[in-house]
Design a protein around this ligand. Structure first.
Ligand code: COA
Length: 181
């Protein structure tokens, strides 16, 4: 059974819980939602509750592992990072509440969840994607060591249409090699 509490130097990552609903709603601003595929906008309490229910169900099935990102004490909600099962491997996703951008938290949290996917979930590969107009996320994925893997139009619920998305990939072998370097 994989561990559901992860720790990094500055962050604690734990399964999202019902008490996070208010923070999810408060921080799912347009500048966050427009860069994600699934959250609609405006993002209401019912959307947060549906997300929390989906995550619980997905964890039980072994298909979704989302983590609330908090400070080390667990008191401040900073964002969400997780992986969910796709056809060939897991897909990585993340978002930070706007006041917490630019501090390296996304890279720190996503790096830990990436390790969780390869170590604990035995993923063969992890993919991710960033919309063409979201270079900060492209930079996060580059810093983590992902390699470009084409581009495709991907639905964005908040914008209400598909958006050109740069796809990136990391194989287990690439992850292991990077860890050894
Ligand atoms: C994208 C996002 C996750 C980045 O979070 P963060 O904690 O600020 O990211 P980090 O600090 O770890 O790294 C951001 C990197 O992008 C760089 N960056 C920021 N804005 C940039 C821009 N406009 N163009 C290019 N690079 C940019 C930063 O300089 C930093 O790189 P550096 O360490 O080399 O200086 C955050 O802005 C967010 O939640 N956005 C909305 C949701 C989202 O985009 N999620 C990802 C979906 S794929």
């Amino acid at each position: 059974m994989p561990s559901f509490i992860l720790e990094t130097e500055r962050l604690l990552l734990r399964p999202p819980e019902s008490g996070d609903a208010n923070a999810l709603v408060r921080h799912m601003e347009w500048d966050v939602a427009k860069n994600l595929s699934r959250p609609p906008f405006p993002y209401l309490e019912e959307h947060a509750l549906a997300f929390l229910a989906r995550q619980e169900e997905g964890r039980a099935k072994g298909s979704d592992y989302a983590f609330a990102i908090t400070d080390k004490s667990g008191s401040a909600f900073l964002g969400v990072c997780g992986v969910h099962l796709r056809e060939k491997g897991f897909e990585l996703g993340y978002w930070l509440a706007r006041p917490h951008w630019g501090k390296g938290y996304a890279t720190e949290a996503a790096g830990e969840v990436l390790g969780f996917a390869f170590r604990n979930l035995r993923a063969e590969e992890v993919e991710a994607g960033w919309y063409h107009d979201n270079p900060a996320s492209g930079r996060v994925l580059q810093k983590l060591g992902f390699r470009p893997n084409g581009a495709d139009r991907r639905d964005c619920a908040a914008r209400g249409h598909a958006v050109l998305c740069n796809l990136v990939l990391m194989s287990r072998a690439e992850y292991v090699q990077r860890q050894a370097a």
